[in-house]
Ligand binder design. Structure first.
Ligand SMILES: [Zn+2]
Length: 695
C-alpha cells in the first residue's frame, strides 16, 4: 500500500473541514453545538446522525457509525484509508507526494497507476471506435441501438467497440507511447504460448469485434472489461471478460455500482441482476439502483460492497428454472451477509432487460413492487413444489430451506420463517424446530457468527415445549430484550443509576452468581480501564496543576503497562510513545489511525459523552464536570481502577481459602486479606471525598 508521509496525513486531516466533507453527502442542520442529518449509513426518518465540528467527529446514535473525517470518507465512499486521504487531498487541493515508499512499493504503485492509465486509454479508444469508426458504428452501435440503448446511456457507461483485428489496440497503445507490458498485465493483450506453455513472443488483442462494457471500480476508474461478440459462431464465447489482474479483482467489483451508488442509497434498495444489458436497460428506464455481479456468482466481497449502500437487496431472476436454482446459493450468501433479500421472478423467457423493453418503465416498476417476495418464502415455495410427492426429496428440500433460515441473522425473522415453512410443507412446527436445532448444532453448520446475534437453538429452553415456539422470553434469542452491549454496560456502570454507584462503593462480594448470569456480568476491570483511557485520550494535554498534564499525571499514577485488555494496552502504549516523542496524544489525529480497531476505539471514547443524552440528565450527579475538574475525574478513574484490582486480589485470596491449606499458608492469606481490606477501605474513603468534591 502506498504510504503518505505522516506530516502530510496530519496536514490533510487538519485542513479538512468535517462539516464541508459530510455536507457533500447529506444536508446538515445546526442544533446546539452540533449539526444533524438523517444518517447516510442507515435508513431513518428523524436525524440521529450528528457532526461535532469542534472535535471533527461524526457519530450516528442510530446505527453507531462514528469516526473522524477520513473514516467518514471511507464509510461513505467505500474506499480504503489511503484512497480516502487522496479524496480529501483532492478536495482541498493538497498535493500528495508519496515519498516514504520503498523502491519496491514505488515500483508497484507505478505498475498499478500504469495499469489504470492503460485501461483508461483502452476504454477511450473503444469508445471512440464505437461512435467514430465505420465498423463500430454499423456493428457495435447498431447492436446497442437495436437493444434500445440511447446515446446518453452509452456515454454514461462509456461503452465501446473493439475492431475485428488482431492488433488494433496494440498499435494504438504503441503509438500513444505505452509499454506493451501493461497491456499484458491488464489482459488486454494475450501472450501466445507454444504447446509447452512457453512464451512464443507473439501477442494479440484479446478483444476483437466485440461490444465493450468497461467495468468501473467504486471510485470510477476502469479496471477491466466485459465484451460481447456479435458474430454467430458457436465456438466463440458470447461474453469474454478481462482476466484477474493487479487492479481487477472480480470478486470485489459489481458492474454498475459506480453509477448506481447514490440511487441505491436514496432508494434504500439495490436491485441485483445478471447481465450488463439488464443494468443498462433498467438504468435508462430510470431505475438507477441496479448492479450486476458481472458473470461471476456472487461473492462475499460483492455483498459487503452492497451493504455499504443499503441493507436491502432485491434479486431480479430470469424466468428459467435452471438459472434460478443456480443462483440460490449466491442468495444464501446475501442472507448470511445480513441483508434483507427479496426476489422477483420474471415470466418465462423474459429477463429484466427484455421485460422492461416489452412493458415499459412504469409497468416494470409496478411489477417489481407487487411481485417481489421474501427470499425464504420464495425458496420454500419453489422447493416444496418440486418435491411435492416424493418424501425423500421433500426431506432434502426442507433441510435445504432450514439451511437458508439458519443464515438469517435476525432471530425474530428466523422464527417467522420457521412458522411459514411448517405451513408450506404441511409439517408439524415442533418437528421442524427439532430438525432445525439438529442442523445448527451439527459441526458442519458452525458458520461464523455475523452480526453478533447467535443462531441459538430453538425450543430447548424451559417453557418452549408447551408452545412449540422459540421461547421469545429468552433474551438470548429475542432482539427486543437483547443483552446490553459492552458500551452500554460501561455507560450504565460509570454514570448510571444509584445501584451502580452503590456497587462501586462496596466490595463485590455479592452472592455467588449462577453460571448463566455470570456471562452477562460486566467486567468492571475493563470498564475502569476504559475510563482511564478515555481521560488520557481526551484530556492528555490539560494541566491539572502547574507543570502537570493529565497525561503525565495518569502515567505517573499508573505506570507503563497498567491496562490488561490488549486493545486498551496498545492504545495506552501509543499514547505513551507520543508523550515520549514530546507530543500530547491528540484524539483528532489518533482517530485517523490506520488500524480500524484503534480508530473505532478512539472515536467511541471521544464521542461517548460529548452528547449527553436526555436519559443522562437525571443522572448528571454521576457525570463529573470533567472539563472543569479534570483532576477529580482522573483521581476518580485511577482510584476506581485500583479498587477493582484490590477487589480482584481479595477474591483470589478468598477463593484460595476454600481449598485445603497448610496453616502457614492460610495465615499468610489471611494477612493478605486484612491488608487488602484496609487498602480497599482507604480507596473507598478517598473515592468518597472525590465524589463529594465533584458533585
Ligand atoms: Zn446511522
Amino acid at each position: 500500500m502506498a504510504r503518505i508521509p505522516k506530516e502530510l496525513v496530519d496536514h490533510i486531516i487538519q485542513t479538512a473541514d468535517i462539516v464541508e466533507v459530510v455536507g457533500d453527502f447529506v444536508q446538515l442542520k445546526r442544533k446546539g453545538q452540533n449539526l444533524w442529518a438523517p444518517c447516510p449509513f442507515h435508513n431513518e426518518k428523524s436525524p440521529s446522525f450528528s457532526v461535532n465540528p469542534a472535535k471533527s467527529l461524526y457519530k450516528c446514535f442510530g446505527c453507531g457509525k462514528a469516526g473522524g473525517v477520513v473514516q467518514f470518507v471511507m464509510d461513505v465512499e467505500g474506499t480504503s484509508y489511503v484512497e480516502a486521504l487522496k479524496y480529501l487531498a483532492k478536495k482541498y487541493a493538497i498535493e500528495i507526494q508519496e515519498e516514504e515508499k520503498t523502491p519496491q512499493q514505488q515500483l508497484e504503485q507505478n505498475e498499478r497507476d500504469s495499469q489504470y492509465i492503460v485501461s483508461d486509454f483502452a476504454k477511450n479508444h473503444f469508445h471512440r471506435l464505437l461512435l467514430n469508426s465505420e465498423e463500430g458504428m454499423s456493428i457495435g452501435y447498431g447492436y446497442l441501438k437495436e437493444r434500445g440503448l440511447n446515446l446518453s446511456t452509452i456515454q454514461t457507461f462509456e461503452l465501446g467497440y473493439s475492431l475485428d483485428s488482431w492488433d488494433d489496440l496494440m498499435k494504438a497503445a504503441e503509438t500513444a507511447g505505452f509499454d506493451k507490458k501493461y497491456l499484458e498485465k491488464t489482459g488486454l493483450t494475450v501472450i501466445r504460448t507454444d504447446d509447452q506453455g512457453k512464451d512464443t513472443g507473439r501477442r494479440y488483442d484479446r478483444f476483437r469485434g466485440r461490444v465493450m462494457f468497461p467495468i468501473h471500480n467504486i471510485s470510477g476508474r476502469v479496471v477491466g472489461f466485459g465484451a460481447r461478440t456479435l458474430k454467430r459462431d458457436d465456438k466463440m464465447a458470447k461474453y469474454l471478460n478481462s482476466p484477474e489482474s493487479e487492479i481487477y479483482h472480480k470478486s470485489d467489483v459489481l458492474y454498475g455500482l459506480f453509477q448506481a451508488r447514490q440511487a441505491i442509497r436514496t432508494q434504500e434498495v439495490c436491485y441485483l441482476v445478471e447481465g450488463y444489458l439488464d443494468v443498462l436497460s433498467l438504468y435508462q428506464g430510470g431505475i438507477k439502483n441496479v448492479v450486476a455481479s458481472s458473470g461471476t456468482s456472487l461473492t462475499e466481497g460483492q455483498i459487503r460492497l452492497i451493504k455499504r449502500y443499503s441493507d436491502n437487496v432485491t434479486v431480479l431472476y430470469d424466468g428459467d428454472a435452471a438459472g434460478i436454482k443456480a443462483s440460490l446459493r449466491g442468495t444464501d450468501l446475501l442472507l448470511e451477509g445480513g441483508l434483507n433479500v427479496r426476489v422477483v421472478l420474471f415470466p418465462d423467457g423474459d429477463d429484466p432487460d427484455s421485460y422492461i423493453r416489452k412493458v415499459g418503465d412504469q409497468r416494470f416498476t409496478e411489477y417489481i413492487e407487487t411481485k417481489s417476495q421474501d427470499f425464504i418464502t420464495f425458496k420454500t415455495t419453489l422447493v416444496a413444489r418440486e418435491a411435492s410427492n416424493d418424501p425423500v426429496k421433500k426431506a432434502e428440500a426442507i433441510r435445504d430451506v432450514l439451511h437458508s433460515i439458519a443464515k438469517v441473522p435476525d432471530a425474530i425473522k428466523r422464527q417467522v420463517f420457521l412458522q411459514q415453512t411448517s405451513a408450506t410443507f404441511g409439517i408439524d412446527e415442533q418437528v421442524l424446530i427439532t430438525e432445525y436445532n439438529k442442523l445448527v448444532k451439527s459441526p458442519t453448520q458452525q458458520t461464523k457468527p455475523s452480526g453478533g446475534d447467535n443462531r441459538g437453538n430453538y425450543g430447548n429452553g424451559a417453557g418452549s415445549a408447551n408452545t412449540g415456539y422459540p421461547p421469545s422470553s429468552n433474551p438470548r434469542s429475542a432482539p427486543a430484550a437483547r443483552p446490553m452491549t459492552d458500551e452500554e454496560e460501561a455507560e450504565m456502570l460509570m454514570y448510571g443509576g444509584a445501584e451502580a454507584a452503590e456497587s462501586l462503593g462496596t466490595p463485590f462480594t455479592a452472592a455467588p452468581k449462577k453460571a448463566a448470569e455470570e456471562e452477562e456480568t460486566p467486567d468492571m476491570l475493563q470498564v475502569c480501564e476504559r475510563e482511564v483511557l478515555r481521560l488520557l485520550v481526551l484530556y492528555a494535554g490539560r494541566e491539572i496543576e502547574p507543570e502537570m498534564s493529565v497525561a503525565g499525571y495518569l502515567m505517573g499514577q499508573l505506570g507503563e503497562y497498567p491496562l490488561t485488555k490488549p486493545l486498551y494496552a496498545e492504545m495506552w502504549e501509543i499514547c505513551r510513545q507520543e508523550l515520549l516523542a514530546g507530543r500530547f496524544p491528540d484524539a483528532r489525529l489518533l482517530a485517523q489511525n490506520e488500524r480500524e480497531d484503534i480508530r473505532q476505539l478512539i472515536t467511541d471514547l471521544a464521542t461517548e459523552r460529548y452528547e449527553i443524552s436526555p436519559n443522562w440528565r437525571t443522572k448528571e450527579i454521576y457525570v463529573f464536570n470533567e472539563v472543569d475538574l479534570p483532576q477529580l475525574a482522573c483521581d476518580n478513574a485511577v482510584l476506581r481502577l485500583n479498587k477493582v484490582h484490590v477487589q480482584r486480589e481479595l477474591d483470589q485470596c478468598l477463593e484460595r481459602l476454600r481449598h485445603p491449606l497448610e496453616d502457614a499458608e492460610m495465615f499468610e492469606i489471611l494477612g493478605d486479606i486484612k491488608r487488602l481490606k484496609e487498602l480497599d477501605n482507604e480507596l473507598a474513603a478517598l473515592l468518597g471525598t472525590v465524589v463529594a468534591r465533584g458533585t
